[in-house]
Design a protein around this ligand. Structure first.
Ligand code: GAL
Length: 654
């Protein structure tokens, strides 16, 4: 990364009187913002009637914003098709799993498989890119908005049914191949023709997991294709501009690695308080971090999407105050908007853009804070943005941030654990988050990567939950010198979602002589102990000649090692996971230290960042942090971090 992190804001000129635009633009610049994202929901104002394109207001809005020195990120408006379009093609709506159409009156009311809607999207994006594509102030495009928001990836429409059949025919060639791959002999589910295959909803009991997995893959491919069509048009008509899409938090309904492969930059929308409230965290965490967000939520996604974007990523929407959409919507602790911004910088963000400029007094999001109140007075976050803009200037470019630890995450594995969790807490994403959190408690910087990534530069690799992994991934892991920790369920399924002939861990058995002969999921609250630790949720029974490195008190082995590979055959509690990761990190020469619960650190270039997510003050003194900051030179803050406080210091040369 060569430049300092830029700041921006999401703005909707169509929501405000034109007389306000110039003043808004001036105030944005005065706050230190240089980017403004506009347009992504404006289709009905761009094209109020079929074919009647009205660019005049958007021309003036862009002119005003650009005139103040702002650069524009222009959204394609395809997340909000206008009412007249629906009237022209009523079957463009997505249909939910109960068979009900997702009606007009909010947003994202389209089915990715509807060919007519896809053609309309190509048309409007072509027209927009034709008109604005070479405008000097338009520096980037955001394609659509948050694919999948409001549960919109899977659609059970007629268009989806037809497209799924074609997708299956292409994938399997012959219906008999599909019957075999899915195991349709079970319960007499054989088909004679692809035309007989329906979508996997409304079945009496669960649909065949292989059927569901293929429908998930198909639906993900539809998102990839939908996105690619727009990207291709933008590349042709708006050369040299950065193309991105804004992904979401804890959202896995499509393969983000595949969508991001067509983008220049991966961006994501960071709402730490909303995510904590909505996601499945213990009640104690929800209370402790209600105004800060869990210390790993934002960072986890920064590191995930940096991986998706092959190093290039933005925060497209940053929470500035209370949101409107979580069960409860607290305000961030004063200082958190600044902290989240600097933390994104420390993880290598090229841009942090706040959602939104001014709180809107009408419609669905009227209770969502902005940088300004509805009466245009600055809200609390604005002051923090002004401060952080100055601080980012002082910090300059973050410099390269090579993380020593790679954590592998694959969307196909996540889908498998979602379709057949086998136990109520079993999700690949959850395991990844917990392992990530444990690594960060040890003060380690982490890259979250697709399983097929090049791992040669990493000093330690962890594989929390990959039920499906290819021969190549197994070979690559075994070929590393770095220690590798592999979690339960690895290699337990074939690509087609059945148990591999030689049993789990599938292709890893060539390098790790273990065979998983039985698995059990354990009721939450049930655990078994070993010396200084316990296991929970999951337990595997193995056949192996290897001597376990760790056992439960009853002698049941839970950690095995062969060469650089270690295999954990049970769901670890915090002590077991933390302990094993700590000893692996020490083996890898990474100097792990156990940080206080609320503190997180991150290195970038020669800078070290520390963030206090807790409710009380923390001191960095005596923690044994590398190049003790007490002796270093603080660019921001000091050894004492108040709540929502942060410190940045230059690491001393060893
Ligand atoms: C995002 C979305 C925005 C806005 C925001 C509110 O999910 O992209 O358009 O709705 O949430 O927090």
């Amino acid at each position: 990364m060569s430049d300092a992190t830029l700041l921006g804001v999401c703005y909707y000129p169509e929501h405000w009187a034109e007389e306000q635009w110039a003043d808004d633009a001036r105030r944005m610049r005065e706050l230190g913002l240089s980017r403004v994202r506009i347009g992504e929901f404006a289709w009905a104002r761009i094209e109020p009637a079929p074919g009647l394109l009205d660019w005049t207001w958007l021309d003036r809005a862009i002119g005003t914003l650009a005139g103040a020195g702002l650069k524009i990120i222009l959204g394609t408006p395809t997340a909000t098709p206008p009412r007249w379009l629906l009237d022209e093609m009523p079957d463009m709506l997505a249909v939910d799993a109960e068979g009900k159409p997702r009606q007009f009156g909010s947003r994202r009311h389209y089915c990715f498989s509807h060919a007519g809607y896809r053609a309309q999207c190509r048309r409007i994006v072509g027209a927009m890119a034709g008109h604005f594509g070479r405008h000097p102030a338009v520096v980037a495009w955001q394609v659509d908005n948050e694919y999948g928001c409001h549960d919109t990836v899977l659609s059970y429409s007629e268009a989806a049914r037809q497209a799924f059949r074609q997708w299956l025919a292409k994938r399997y060639g012959h219906i008999q191949a599909l019957n075999e791959a899915w195991g349709n002999v079970f319960w007499s589910m054989d088909y004679a023709d692809f035309e007989q295959v329906d979508l996997p909803n409304l079945t009496v009991t669960e649909a065949n997991p292989a059927h569901r997995l293929d429908f998930q893959r198909f639906s993900s491919d539809q998102v990839v294709a939908f996105n690619r069509e727009q990207v291709e048009i933008l590349r042709e008509l708006s050369p040299g501009r950065t193309i991105t899409h804004n992904f979401m938090g804890f959202f896995t309904d499509f393969d983000h690695h595949a969508v991001a492969a067509d983008l220049d930059v991966a961006s994501w929308d960071s709402y730490p308080l909303g995510f904590l409230e909505q996601a499945d965290f213990p009640g104690s965490d929800k209370l402790r971090y209600a105004r800060q967000g869990h210390p790993d939520i934002a960072a986890f996604h920064h590191d995930l999407y940096r991986g998706c974007g092959r190093g290039r990523w933005w925060v497209m929407e940053q929470q500035p105050g209370p949101v409107n959409w979580a069960r409860n919507n607290p305000a961030p602790l004063p200082g958190m908007v600044r902290l989240w911004t600097i933390e994104a910088h420390a993880h290598g963000a090229e841009l942090v853009s706040y959602f939104r400029w001014r709180q809107l007094p009408f419609a669905q999001e009227q209770m969502h804070a902005g940088l300004l109140r509805p009466d245009s007075v600055e809200d609390l976050a604005a002051g923090e943005v002004r401060q952080v803009a100055g601080e980012l200037q002082r910090l300059g470019a973050a410099g390269p941030a090579p993380a020593p630890v790679a954590l592998l995450f694959g969307y196909a594995s996540e889908w498998m654990t979602r379709i057949t969790p086998h136990g109520e807490r079993q999700r690949a994403l959850r395991a990844c988050f917990e392992w990530y959190s444990a690594l960060r408690r040890l003060g380690l910087d982490v890259d979250i990567l697709a399983p097929e990534s090049d791992l040669s530069k990493y000093r330690m690799v962890v594989v929390p939950c990959l039920p499906w992994l290819s021969e190549q991934v197994a070979e690559a892991l075994a070929g590393l010198e770095a220690p590798v920790l592999i979690g339960p369920r690895a290699g337990s399924k074939t690509r087609e979602f059945s148990i591999p002939p030689a049993l789990a861990p599938g292709p890893l058995q060539r390098y790790l002589q273990i065979k998983v002969v039985r698995v059990e999921s354990l009721r939450p609250g049930w655990s078994a102990s070993g010396p200084g630790f316990a296991i929970q949720d999951w337990l595997e029974h193995l056949e192996t000649d290897l001597i376990p490195e760790l056992c439960l008190d009853d002698g049941h082995g839970v950690l095995y090692r062969q060469g650089n590979l270690r295999y954990l055959s049970a769901g670890p509690d915090e002590r077991l996971l933390g302990g094993v990761l700590q000893s692996l990190a020490a083996e890898a020469g990474l100097d792990p230290i156990l940080l206080p619960q609320d503190l997180r650190v991150r290195r970038a270039g020669d800078l070290c960042f520390a963030f206090n997510y807790g409710p009380s003050a923390l001191s960095l003194a005596g923690l044994g942090l590398m190049n003790s900051p007490a002796n270093g030179h603080f660019l921001i803050g000091s050894v004492d971090l108040p709540p929502a406080g942060l410190g940045v210091w230059r690491q001393q040369k060893a």
